[in-house]
Design a protein around this ligand. Structure first.
Ligand SMILES: CC(C)(COP(=O)(O)OP(=O)(O)OC[C@H]1O[C@@H](n2cnc3c(N)ncnc32)[C@H](O)[C@@H]1OP(=O)(O)O)[C@@H](O)C(=O)NCCC(=O)NCCSC(=O)Cc1ccccc1
Length: 143
């Protein structure tokens, strides 16, 4: 992310400002639901455009959810780097069971914030009944 035109005071504020105006996040319809120190919950409401076949949510859309969950968890909280920028360096995903015509929640948890590299875990669950759809995580370079 690069968000030099924003003037947030905390990492959480940076995410609250950045995510709604990031084009691909908008395209997927992903919204930030809550953010606290080291943890963020986002939601991707179900839409026909997210389907791979039948009503199954496409794995690529879920992989994007992992990426966005990493970003949100990496920035979640007080810490704000001098340079408002960052990139995902690596990520992985296990598809656990399909989401069929269902909205999903993305739960990102920061495991460790180093000087430059931050490691996060992300669970994707169905909204409401919280069935695990995919699990993953990755490494994010901040600042
Ligand atoms: C940057 C690094 C991780 C290497 O790291 P290093 O060894 O430390 O780097 P090095 O010192 O060799 O500089 C090399 C160049 O990199 C630049 N730079 C450095 N740090 C940053 C930074 N933090 N942010 C931005 N740029 C940075 C630096 O200025 C230089 O540029 P230059 O050449 O002078 O013009 C590299 O492997 C890479 O870019 N990988 C691709 C990553 C990628 O494309 N990920 C997927 C997209 S992310 C995504 O989508 C997440 C998302 C989801 C949802 C919403 C929003 C976002």
């Amino acid at each position: 992310m690069t968000a030099s035109h924003l003037a947030p005071r905390t990492g959480s504020e940076a995410m609250t400002l950045f995510l709604p105006q990031s084009p691909f996040v908008q395209h997927l319809g992903i919204e930030l639901v809550e953010i606290e120190e080291g943890r963020a919950r986002l939601r991707m409401p179900f839409r026909e455009e997210l389907v791979t076949v039948g009503a199954m949510v496409h794995g690529g859309a879920l992989a994007a959810c992992i990426d966005i969950g990493i970003v949100a968890a990496a920035w979640a909280g007080e810490r704000l780097p001098e340079q408002l920028r960052g990139v995902t360096v690596s990520m992985s995903i296990d598809f656990v069971q399909s989401a069929n015509g269902e909205s999903v929640d993305i739960i990102g948890t920061r495991l460790r914030a180093g000087r430059q590299l931050t490691t996060c875990r992300v669970d994707i669950v169905t909204t409401g009944d919280e069935r695990l759809v995919a699990a993953g995580g990755g490494t994010y370079k901040m600042g």
